[in-house]
Ligand binder design. Structure first.
Ligand code: HEM
Length: 463
């Protein structure tokens, strides 16, 4: 156990003397649906319980077998040492309908080339530019919240994070066609992502005429792509760097490795997907936890009063807002938005003594690891103090995985930290947040973990 309450002992995987075997099938499988009813009834409990059945277990989503990796050591193996033996898997194949083939779904050399080309768009000096938008928009959203008036912050936060992303991607985000096309596409995206995880999808692959099965509508994606092509055309025509992410995507790679228009649209759409739901869920959970803990909120206020001294939060303040980061680190442990991640073996590979054939699907759950009592003392308890205040040492990558790890580590991690720190500062510096006691908050388990609502009252603080 480390001083700050994160445990350091690893659960054993396979010893070298063991011969590779099959994984045990998890209890609770039923005909046709497999483990899907359990997963749908209480997915978080289901993934947490897997560790009791072995470091690698096997479950069935309808007819599709999936291996579940339950030990931090083996997840590290999967994401780093053995990473080249895996691509993203069947669920991500299904996501190509609403997403195209951007960084999240791309495999092999395409992924490597796009990742290298896109990296500069997420460099420190670019994030400093985006930070102005993050701070301004968060302050405007917080200022519109009348003190003393209870409000459900979930829709506000959702609009805020989409607005921030649009304004960082496009210097002119007010294009009305763009906003309408994004809205239409978001609706289909959510439906397709739910379908990708459903047993219906697994059966539909085998029985294409399955009654009740309707593939996601590709129309909204086509419309969004058309609008983006028009905008890209205008950017290419003058070749200017407008300081936004789109300029970076177009300029990156130089003449030899530049992305084509179609590749750029795929990446823009991927960023809409990856950079909105995750950030809004994290911000909502952070404000939820802060509002329920007067002691934590007092420490945040002390920090914000000292560091900001009444100024709006800016990029330069981010390193000094150590308590804010600590609270967010714990929020992302307790409520990791990406609670379930997936891979698929592309060649024969052995993981924790279990032999996986090419095509074998693999799940692992950052949520299950973050709630494992062998890794975290009292894991259900929100305790920012378990993390060092001055984080020269980062949380261990194999047991703390809100942003994944290895070559598929979230490219937007620094973007997200900056946005979250500035937004929490904007919402709390001048306000004291209080939950509306009569309204319980439930966790919605979809492609991200998010609160179903966040009814809070803000009280003005003396300046
Ligand atoms: C709190 C916020 C966020 C969380 C929790 C989060 C989480 C993750 C995770 C877990 C992965 C890895 C998925 C895997 O291994 O299968 C990932 C990948 C990715 N994220 Fe994020 N993300 C966040 C914010 C963002 C933002 C703001 C952006 C962009 C603006 C972004 C863009 C991406 C992209 C493009 C990938 C794919 C990277 C690759 O495969 O090379 N994310 N994210």
């Amino acid at each position: 156990m480390s001083r700050n309450g994160t445990r350091t002992t690893a659960r054993p995987g396979r010893t070298s003397a063991d011969a590779p075997t099959g994984a045990p099938v998890a209890p609770g499988r039923v005909p046709l649906a497999g483990h899907a009813p359990r997963l749908h009834r209480d997915a978080l409990r289901f993934v947490r319980e897997q560790r009791h059945h072995g470091p690698v277990t096997k479950i069935y989503i309808g007819p599709r077998p999936v291996h579940v990796v339950n030990s931090g050591e083996l997840v590290r193996d999967l994401l780093t040492a053995q990473a080249r033996a895996f691509d993203k898997g069947a669920m991500f194949d299904a996501l190509r309908v609403p997403l195209g083939d951007g960084l999240i779904t791309a495999a092999g050399d395409r992924h490597l080339r796009h990742r290298r080309t896109m990296q500069p768009a997420f460099h420190h000096d670019r994030i400093a530019r985006y930070a102005r938008v993050m701070s301004e928009r968060s302050l405007a959203c917080a200022a519109a919240w009348e003190p003393g008036t209870p409000r459900d912050l979930v829709p506000e936060i959702h609009r805020l994070t989409l607005d921030i992303l649009l304004r960082t991607l496009f210097a002119d985000p007010q294009d009305p066609e763009l906003r309408t096309a994004v809205k239409g596409w978001l609706g289909v995206k959510y439906r397709s992502m739910r379908l990708a995880l459903s047993p219906l999808h697994a059966w539909a692959e085998r029985l294409p005429l399955l009654p009740g099965w309707r593939p996601p509508d590709a129309g909204p994606l086509r419309r969004l792509v058309a609008v983006q092509h028009r905008i890209i055309g205008a950017y290419r025509a003058d070749g200017r760097d407008r300081g936004d992410l789109l300029s970076m995507l177009l300029l990156a790679g130089g003449p030899e490795n530049a992305l084509t228009d179609t590749e750029v649209t795929d990446e823009l759409i991927t960023l809409f997907l990856a950079g909105t739901g995750t950030v809004s869920a994290s911000l909502a959970w952070a404000l939820y936890e802060i509002s329920r803990r007067p002691g934590v909120q007092r420490l945040l206020h002390d920090e914000l009063d000292t560091v900001l001294a009444g100024r709006p939060p800016a990029f330069e303040d981010v390193p000094a807002l150590v308590r804010t980061r600590q609270v967010l680190t714990e929020t992302l442990r307790l409520h990791p938005p990406s609670w379930l991640l997936m891979r698929r073996a592309v060649r024969p590979v052995t993981l924790g003594g279990v032999r996986l054939a090419p095509g074998a699907e693999v799940f692992f759950s950052p949520y299950a690891l973050h709630h494992d009592p062998q890794l975290y003392e009292d894991p259900e308890h929100f305790a920012p103090d378990r993390w060092p205040l001055h984080a020269a040492t980062k949380p261990p990558r194999h047991t703390y995985l809100p942003f994944g790890a290895g070559s598929r580590l979230c490219i937007g991690e620094d973007f997200a930290w900056t946005e979250l720190i500035l937004a929490v500062a904007a919402f709390t510096a001048r306000r004291r947040l209080e939950p509306v006691a009569s309204t319980p908050v439930r966790t919605l388990v979809g492609t991200v973990l998010r609160p179903d609502r966040l009814p809070l009252t803000a009280h003005a603080r003396p300046s």
